[in-house]
Design a protein around this ligand. Structure first.
Ligand code: GLV
Ligand code: MG
Length: 297
C-alpha cells in the first residue's frame, strides 16, 4: 500500500492478507516521501491490523531517504512493526548497514534488540549476483523477495511490463532468476516470496503466475489489491485432499519407523521415507495455518 495514500491506508486492515507492507519507496512520489512517513506511522499505530505481519518498505540505500525512513518509522511505530523491507538490495553490506541502524534505533526507542526483522528485495542484476551472501548477511533476515519490475528494468529487457510472460520467448524468461533466489533463501532458512503481478484485472493470468511460483517452492506472492489477495490465498493454501494425504503419509511413516522400525515403507503404490515426511510436514503446517482440519473420511 502506498504510504502517501490515506484512503488505501484506511482500507488496509480489511484486506485478508497474511502480511501488509506500507510503502515509502516506488509507489510514493519523491515530493511526498517525507510526509508519507508520518502517515505510515499513524496508520500502524492507530489502526487495528490484527495478527498480520506488519512491514514498512523504506527507500533504497542509493537514495537520500533510507536512514530518515528507518529512524522516523521504527522510533515512532516500532512496537507494532515486525519488519522493514529493503528494496533493490545490492550487497550483503547493505543488509548489515540496515541491521546496525536498526539496532541503534531499537535501543533508543526502548524496543528489545532484534525486534525488527528484515525483508530484502532482489531486483537488480547486482543483487542477484550477490544473492547468496545477501541471504546470509544478518540474523534479522526473515524473507527474500523477487522484484520482477525493477529486475526487468535492471536487465534492460525490451518489455514495458515486468513479471508477465513474454510471448516471443520460448520458456519462462525468469526461471533461472526465480530458482536462484529460492535456493539462496532456502539455504539460509528464509521465506521466499514472489513480487507483484502488475496486470491487476487479469486474475486468470495471476493464477498462472502464482502456480508457477508455488510449484517451484515459493511461499507466496505480493498482492496489489483485494481481488489478488483472494487468488493468492487460494493458490498458496494446500487443498483439503493434499492436506489429508500429507497427514496420512505422516501417520504411515510414524507407524513404520516407530512401531515397525522400518525407514521405508509402501504407502499405496508409492514408497515413502524420511524425505516424504519432510515434504508432508510443509503441507500440514501450511494447511493448519490456512485453517484446515482433517477431512471426514
Ligand atoms: C517490485 O518492487 C518490483 O520492482 O517488481
Ligand atoms: Mg521494485
Amino acid at each position: 500500500m502506498p504510504g502517501s495514500n490515506e484512503r488505501f491506508l484506511e482500507k488496509g486492515p480489511g484486506v485478508p492478507a497474511d502480511m501488509t507492507f506500507l510503502d515509502l519507496e516506488d509507489s510514493v512520489a519523491p515530493l511526498e516521501k517525507e510526509s508519507a512517513r508520518a502517515k505510515v506511522v499513524d496508520a500502524i499505530k492507530n489502526q487495528d491490523w490484527g495478527e498480520r505481519v506488519m512491514c514498512v518498505r523504506v527507500n533504497a540505500w542509493d537514495t537520500k531517504w533510507t536512514y530518515g525512513d528507518v529512524i522516523e518509522v521504527v522510533a515512532n511505530a516500532g512496537e507494532r512493526l515486525d519488519e522493514v523491507m529493503l528494496p533493490k538490495t545490492q550487497s550483503a553490506a547493505e543488509v548489515v548497514a540496515l541491521d546496525l541502524l536498526l539496532t541503534q534505533v531499537e535501543v533508543n526507542a526502548g524496543l528489545s534488540p532484534g525486534h525488527i526483522g528484515i525483508e530484502a528485495q532482489i531486483e537488480t542484476t547486482r543483487g542477484l549476483i550477490n544473492v547468496e551472501e545477501i541471504c546470509a548477511a544478518s540474523p534479522r533476515l526473515e524473507t527474500i523477495v523477487f522484484g520482477p519490475a525493477d529486475f526487468a528494468a535492471s536487465m534492460e529487457m525490451p518489455v514495458l511490463t515486468g513479471g508477465v510472460s513474454i510471448a516471443e520467448y520460448p520458456g519462462d524468461h525468469f526461471h533461472y532468476v526465480l530458482s536462484k533466489i529460492l535456493m539462496a533463501g532456502r539455504a539460509n532458512g528464509l521465506q521466499v516470496i514472489d513480487g507483484p503481478f502488475l496486470r491487476i484485472r487479469e486474475l486468470d493470468s495471476l493464477r498462472e503466475y502464482c502456480n508457477r511460483a508455488r510449484t517451484l517452492g515459493y511461499d507466496g506472492k505480493w498482492a496489489l489489491n483485494p481481488d489478488q489477495v483472494t487468488v493468492l490465498n487460494e493458490v498458496f493454501s494446500p487443498t483439503q485432499e493434499q492436506y489429508d494425504r500429507a497427514l496420512a503419509i505422516l501417520a504411515a511413516y510414524r507407524q513404520a519407523t516407530e512401531d515397525e522400525r522400518r525407514g521405508a515403507v509402501m504407502f499405496g503404490d508409492e514408497m515413502i521415507d524420511e524425505a516424504s515426511r519432510k515434504m508432508a510436514v510443509k503441507f500440514v503446517t501450511r494447511g493448519e495455518r490456512a485453517g484446515l482440519t482433517p477431512g471426514s473420511d
